[in-house]
Design a protein around this ligand. Structure first.
Ligand code: BV8
Length: 230
């Protein structure tokens, strides 16, 4: 038995939002199958063509307005309510469906569609509907340096220290709807295992790192996650 209250870390990926109507990234109809991630999800792509990158994120932001959390998001919010302080939900998703379902102990490690980042002063704040390449930062007043608050390839994900601290004392680690393709998130299972956690994968299909988990549950998140949680 652990010498502290049992602690849970959950990692979610695009698969948890599929049944809410959002696309994944790496499936054959996924986002990166239709557009080039080097053009749209790298700092170099943004420097080369900011208008194109803003356009891509503006469309995805608009899509969010009509999207609702599904049973999997709701189940994780219930789990947090039952577990309280010894719970951390880390999402790679940039949608706001976990918050809409009621999750609060939540880290958006790859940023958020509804947030803006000023490249000049580092301010992070709400994305206003009329923001564009030519917007002025509400904090430092510099014009033309506002970007989507998204962690692009080659950039450091958010709150890594807090995440590794939680993984280092986790008793249970569950990865839901993620392909295990993008680092550092894909390596969290090994961190948790090294800390002695039981590790569980919940995914529709086989992920790239299935073999690293103690237990694998196959099926759509909207049914498998509530069944696991309740
Ligand atoms: C970093 C935001 C240093 C954009 C994203 C070689 C060259 C250059 C770089 C690298 C390299 N090798 C490694 C790297 C690092 C790189 C990386 O991992 N590249 C990979 C691709 C090789 N990583 C980085 O650059 C990261 N930063 O490493 O910094 C560092 C060093 C040490 C410690 C810390 C940091 C930054 C990565 C951030 C990338 N940002 N996107 C946007 O959203 O527009 S990528 C992106 O992939 C997504 O946003 C998402 O966040 C992430 C993971 O994707 P998934 O969520 O897993 O989605 P995917 O489509 O892949 O899978 C969906 C799964 O759902 C499938 O398995 C499917 O079966 C399942 N599913 C489907 N339906 C359902 C379901 N499951 C359940 N129910 C269903 N109904």
């Amino acid at each position: 038995m652990p010498d502290h209250p049992p602690s849970i870390v959950i990692l979610t990926g695009a698969g948890i939002s599929v049944e809410s109507g959002l696309d994944t990234f790496r499936d054959k109809n996924g986002i990166w199958a239709k557009v080039d991630h080097r053009e749209l999800a790298t700092p170099e792509g943004f420097a080369h063509n900011p208008v194109k990158v803003h356009d891509f994120y503006n469309k995805r932001r608009r899509q969010l307005r009509d999207t609702r959390p599904n049973e999997a998001h709701h189940a994780l919010a219930r789990l947090e309510g039952a577990w309280r302080d010894n719970f951390l939900l880390v999402t790679q998703n940039v949608d706001d469906l976990h918050e809409s379902a009621g999750s609060r102990r939540l880290i958006h490690m790859h940023g958020e569609l509804n947030s803006a980042l000023c490249e000049a002063c580092g301010m992070r704040g709400p994305w206003k509907t009329d923001m564009s390449t030519y917007s002025q930062c509400p904090h430092c007043s510099i014009i033309g340096r506002m970007r989507p608050d998204i962690v692009w390839f080659g950039e450091m994900p958010y709150q890594m220290e807090r995440i590794y601290r939680a993984l280092g004392k986790a008793d249970l680690f569950v990865a839901i709807g993620t392909s295990g393709n993008v680092y550092p998130a894909a390596q969290f299972v090994e961190e948790a295992s090294a800390a002695g956690a039981r590790t569980v994968e919940i995914n529709l299909d086989t992920s790239d790192n299935t073999q690293l988990f103690d237990e694998v549950i196959r099926g759509p998140a909207s049914t498998t996650v509530p069944a696991f949680v309740d």
